[in-house]
Write a protein that binds this ligand. Structure first.
Ligand code: AHR
Length: 662
């Protein structure tokens, strides 16, 4: 009996082996094909989820110019005698706070700022405080500036302090550096009106544009970005940088659209705009979500340059958000050349701002901001995520005008919010008629969609515009997670993007950033709180493609390519002529490990190979700010190459491997 059972077991094992699917990936290493565009695998920045103010933009004070509405003291706690006036020194931000004495040495007047979900500061680090101030009635008053931990049992809430003497009745900028004695993630900034002797003030002081930045920002810029977040972007080596959105380009109304002209020039005078994501989802409601434009177009162009990405601005086409103005033609600018003049000018002026000589109007603005050299803008998206005739008739007018003046600029149109269907097809047809250079496709889709689209770009028309996969992510379980279980499908799908580099010229995951206390949309690529950052599994997928994009596609054939709707082993390969490397990417979406053979035709012997492994097998696992390294790529040398041109391996369940072969 025992023997019979053993025989049966052996038979089952053997038949299992015979039946096992063979995954042979054959790469033609001597036949480099289409160029992988340098713009490949980029980033898309939108101020959603507190990605700009409270996020990448390192300003720590919320409502620094007292312009939030309807309450100009939003973000501030006022004590004593504080009033808001509106005849300040900055024309487009006219409000400021007037601090007046309470008339008794033990009664204090001042302001306390809560920051964005608190103010994150680190022990021994320096913070640059600045304020525009005056003493309108003359004399000398002192502003005591403190970093405080409001909720503490310790004797002192204050852990960094500096006194600033204000001596002029004219507006002047005052600065001071505070060194923090503590690490606190939700500190406040407290300001006291004092007399010269440090007692409660007996006079009046006006304060405006109250600002606090870490001294140590990305590249040391004073109006700078959070170093850890900008570094996370740079580390990816993104090929393109799309900004500033997204729906914020459109706005709830046209007045509310992102207006790039308001985002350049001195920061003190960049007018505030309500963030379009402030009230979009009432189940996550942020009445204090505004755009200071402190992170504006100059800063975006500069960041693109610093991280080596091609800048790709998106401008409004004369349309407010269609989701928020269904079929309402009157929500948009008239679809005539005259009606769209402002939007055409926005495009032409932006090209001048980015590329124009310093003698030109907008080139001078750029030069005055510290960048006389051009930014070499080559790409411009006209419209974000629009559809149907509302868009088609407007984009034609705007794009024709831009093309006429600047034939050197590549124009990107959109196929709307859907990745298939009538609206999407009509969008593509219109963009073909338009002769758009690229079409921006968006797909936030479930796992089942990704499984149906393995061959999406293999089957695309090669004669029309190129593809920009401008916003996409695998959304699982009601869009709630940023977990390994969804990211493996992104990796597998992107092998199809890579195989089709001749037609897909750019791809950017979305959204990019999310504050753990202030999100409206998820999943997102990078999560952060006031002091920490967590790069999601999706980040690592993107980074592995971007860092290993090579220079030319290599033809790949494989056995058992998955059918529509099925799990599979998916592969792509590129040649990197700079590194003289063949790079093969493999993703296994099955729940079982698979035996895979990589056959490198055209090579006699593989002498040296490395592999970077991303294990996405724990379905629910995600990187969080508390546990940021749960999912990370690991590099290994490939041993036992066996003196041939074949690598045999076991590709674990739900894993993504990048082989780099010299
Ligand atoms: O990425 C979030 C939003 O998704 C973008 O603002 C918009 O373009 C799309 O609908």
């Amino acid at each position: 009996m025992k023997l019979r059972q053993m025989m049966l077991g052996l038979f089952l094992t053997l038949s299992g082996t015979v039946m096992a699917q063979d995954y042979t990936v054959t790469v033609q290493t001597q036949k480099p094909g289409a160029e992988v565009q340098p713009t490949m695998y980029g980033i898309f920045f939108e101020d959603i989820n507190f990605a700009a103010d409270g996020g990448l933009y390192a300003e720590l004070v919320k409502n620094r110019s007292f312009e939030f509405t309807p309450d100009h003291l939003m973000g501030w706690h006022a004590f004593g005698k504080v009033e808001i006036c509106n005849d300040g020194p900055f024309e487009r931000n006219p409000h400021y706070a007037r601090l007046s004495s309470m008339g008794h040495g033990d009664w204090w007047t001042g302001l306390e700022n809560e920051g964005f979900f608190g103010i994150g500061v680190e022990r021994d680090k320096e913070y640059r405080f600045s304020v525009y101030a005056r003493v309108p009635e003359g004399g000398t008053q002192m502003l005591r500036v403190q970093l405080v931990e409001p909720y503490t049992q310790e004797e002192h809430q204050e852990f960094a302090s500096v006194d600033i003497k204000v001596t002029s009745s004219e507006w002047q900028k005052y600065t001071a550096v505070l060194k923090s004695r503590k690490t606190v993630d939700k500190a406040h900034l407290r300001l006291f009106l004092c007399n010269d002797d440090g007692r409660s003030g007996s006079g009046v002081m006006d304060v405006e544009h109250v600002s606090l930045f870490p001294v140590d920002t990305w590249m040391g810029h004073e109006n700078g970005m959070r170093k850890d977040l900008a570094q996370a972007l740079a580390d990816m080596k993104p090929g393109v940088f799309r900004f500033p959105g997204g729906c914020i380009v459109e706005g709830v109304t046209l007045e509310n659209r992102y207006n790039w002209k308001n985002s350049v020039g001195p920061v003190e005078n960049r007018p505030l705009n309500k963030n379009r994501w402030e009230s979009t989802f009432t189940y996550r409601y942020y009445p204090d979500y505004f755009q200071s434009y402190g992170l504006g177009f100059f800063e975006f162009f500069q960041l693109s340059e610093e991280i080596g990405s091609e800048p790709l601005p998106v401008l409004n086409v004369g349309m407010a958000c269609q989701f928020q103005n269904w079929n309402d033609e009157s929500a948009h600018a008239p679809a005539t050349e005259a009606g769209l003049k402002e939007y055409i000018d926005d495009c032409l002026d932006l090209i001048e701002f980015a590329n124009g000589a310093v003698e030109t109007k907008w080139g001078k603005v750029r030069a005055d901001m510290g960048h006389p050299a051009p930014f070499h803008l080559k790409l411009l998206a006209i419209g974000n995520e629009q559809w149907d005739e509302y868009y088609f008739k407007r984009v034609k007018i705007v794009a024709d005008a831009v093309r006429k003046a600047h034939p050197e600029i590549k124009i990107i149109g959109t196929s709307g919010p859907n990745a298939e269907g009538g609206e999407f097809d009509r969008g593509w047809e219109a963009m073909k008629r338009q002769k758009a250079d690229l079409v921006d496709e968006h797909f936030y889709r479930p796992i089942s969609w990704f499984k149906n689209e393995w061959e999406r770009y293999d089957l695309y028309d090669r004669t029309g515009p190129k593809v920009f996969a401008g916003e996409y992510a695998c959304h699982d379980r009601g869009k709630k997670w940023n977990h390994a279980g969804a990211s493996i499908y992104e990796a597998a799908f992107i092998t199809g993007i890579e195989r089709n580099a001749d037609i897909v010229h750019m791809a950017t995951y979305a959204p990019l950033f999310s504050h753990v206390d202030g999100w409206q949309w998820r999943p997102d690529m990078i999560w952060f709180d006031n002091l920490r950052v967590a790069k999601s599994a999706s980040y690592w997928v993107q980074a592995l493609f971007a860092q290993n994009k090579g220079t030319n596609v290599l033809p790949v054939s494989q056995t058992n390519f998955p059918k529509k709707g099925e799990d599979g082993v998916l592969a792509s390969a590129v040649w990197d002529k700079n590194q003289q490397e063949v790079i093969v990417k493999l993703a296994n979406t099955f729940e079982q490990p698979k035996t895979v053979k990589i056959q490198l035709n055209g090579l006699k012997v593989i002498s040296e190979a490395r592999v970077i492994k991303l294990d996405l097998s724990q379905y629910d696992l995600e990187n969080t700010v508390d546990n940021p390294h749960a999912i990370e790529p690991k590099e290994d040398k490939v041993e036992a190459l066996g003196g041939s041109n074949v690598i045999s391996l076991t590709l674990p369940a739900k894993s993504f491997y990048v082989y780099k072969i010299k």
